[in-house]
Design a binder for this molecule. Structure first.
Ligand SMILES: Nc1ncnc2c1ncn2[C@@H]1O[C@H](COP(=O)(O)OP(=O)(O)OP(=O)(O)O)[C@@H](O)[C@H]1O
Ligand SMILES: [Mg+2]
Length: 448
């Protein structure tokens, strides 16, 4: 049997693992760790909730511990980039827990907090820095740190980091890191076009693929419920009511839509909070920590919470709107069924979302079982912003301004589709008439 002891990890880390519930390595850990310990570049692909953080974190810390001396002021030995502040914080906390008692300095820098305080923290140098790209660039511009001594680069959620929303920032950052480095790329999804781009960051990499990239986690019981936009809120209320006390994440396409839905659910008596890019950092942190502590039952979120967040008690994910980046479906539903638990995911598909649904199924290589309603006519898609009358900031081709992590930018694809097609629609998530009491939706066919 594979154990953590025979993967080549530092004893100082091994002694912490059992206390963290890590007794037997997951497949991505068993297959990836030995290569990383030996210094190889890796493209690591494994489903959501299967322990990718430890798969890169433990061997990287092992290599860093082998140096045996402190980093020089303002230098960073290992840089981990993540798309959102909350994910960067979580990775920081995980790595700090693995390294408890070991002589490594692990820091985190993200937007929404004081630049001066962060610059001060970096002044002594650090072994591992977890950062969001926009804030990292701000700090580099202030000369608060240099990357000339950096030997490791990790991109968590690599396909998103290589996507248009982050690629300009990533290119700038990567140029500052010596070519003689070890690069580790991890995700649950890796669309073909992204993989070509990924290759340009890796040197003689080993591809560790536990499941076909884009596959949903095994234990998620998925279903799609066809409905109309106007009936979604009542339908959601019905689903949530069937599982009192069980944590649920509800994904919404827009910040405004999330706020409207949150208010409505509150009015209907649900225990609910929201997280999206228009909230202050304090509000974002409070929302997430209340949800993590099960003090609120429902978290309404945009795609800012789609990737990486690990809240083991989440039992349900509702796709109130389908995501406009098809891969994000797998990440969104992956907020449940973590570390071998089970979970349920229901997608609400309105008449204008049929093409989104088909794109998701194509990206996953699987059909989502129908659990309610009647399929709409094929070909229904969201109107472009011009037609909806909602002016929308363009988010593609904006030149080399670095992405800010306030909102994960759903900006792919590098295909021929016009930008307007994706991220198209703006609003319209409240039920028709807005404030009506929840109507009973059509009964779901399975135990969702
Ligand atoms: N070997 C292990 N045994 C038991 N639990 C583990 C093990 N490795 C990791 N876990 C737990 O599994 C959960 C998911 O881990 P992690 O967040 O690293 O998953 P992930 O693969 O990065 O998922 P995502 O694709 O959503 O980012 C965490 O709660 C973690 O503590
Ligand atoms: Mg992860």
């Amino acid at each position: 049997m594979e154990t953590f002891e025979n993967l080549g990890l530092a004893p100082m880390l091994l002694k912490n693992l059992a206390g963290l519930g890590l007794t037997k390595p997951t497949p991505i850990q068993a297959q990836g760790i030995p290569h990383i310990v030996r210094g190889r570049d890796i493209l690591g692909l494994a489903q959501t909730g299967t322990g990718k953080t430890a798969a890169f974190g433990l061997p990287m810390l092992t290599r860093i511990l082998a140096y045996g001396k402190r980093p020089a002021p303002k230098t960073v030995r290992a840089l981990v980039l993540a798309p959102t502040r909350e994910l960067a914080t979580q990775i920081h906390d995980n790595l700090a827990a693995y390294a408890e008692g070991a002589p490594v300095r692990i820091q985190r820098v993200v937007g929404g907090a004081s630049l001066n305080v962060q610059a001060e923290k970096l002044s002594k140098g650090c072994d591992v820095l977890i950062a969001t790209p926009g804030r990292l660039i701000d700090l580099i511009e202030r000369r608060a740190l240099v990357l000339s001594e950096t030997k490791y680069l990790v991109l968590d959620e690599a396909d998103q980091m290589l996507d248009i929303g982050f690629i300009h920032a990533l290119r700038r950052i990567a140029k500052l890191i010596p070519a003689e480095r070890q690069t580790l790329l991890f995700s649950a999804t890796m669309p073909k076009l992204m993989e070509e781009l990924a290759a340009s960051y890796l040197s003689d990499p080993i591809r560790v693929e536990v499941a076909t990239p884009g596959k949903a986690a095994e234990k998620i019981d998925q279903g799609v419920h066809f409905t109309t936009q106007g009936e979604k809120a009542a339908l959601l209320a019905e689903y949530i009511s069937r599982h009192p006390g069980e944590l649920a994440v509800v994904f919404n396409r827009t910040k405004h839509g999330s706020d409207k839905l949150t208010k409505l659910l509150e009015k209907w008596g649900f225990s609910v909070t929201a997280i999206h890019g228009n909230k202050s950092q304090g509000q974002r942190e409070r929302a997430l920590s209340a949800f993590r502590a099960s003090e609120v039952q429902v978290l309404v979120a945009t795609d800012v919470a789609a990737r990486g967040l690990d809240i083991p008690q989440v039992a349900h994910v509702y796709n109130y709107d389908l995501p406009n980046v098809p891969e994000n479906y797998v990440h969104r539903i992956g907020r449940t069924a973590r570390a071998g638990r089970d979970g349920r995911a229901v997608a609400f598909c309105g008449p204008l979302e049929m093409s989104d649904l088909r794109a998701i199924e194509a990206a996953m290589g699987a059909k989502i079982p129908v659990i309610g309603g009647e399929a709409h006519a094929e070909g229904g898609s969201r109107p472009a912003p011009g037609r909806s009358g909602q002016p929308k900031k363009p988010h593609r081709g904006q030149g080399p301004k670095p992405a800010r992590e306030g909102e994960a930018k759903p900006a792919r694809k590098p295909d021929a589709k016009p930008a307007a097609k994706r991220g198209g629609r703006a609003e319209g998530h409240a039920p028709a008439g807005g404030q009506a009491a929840p109507k009973r939706p059509a009964r779901a066919q399975r135990g969702h």
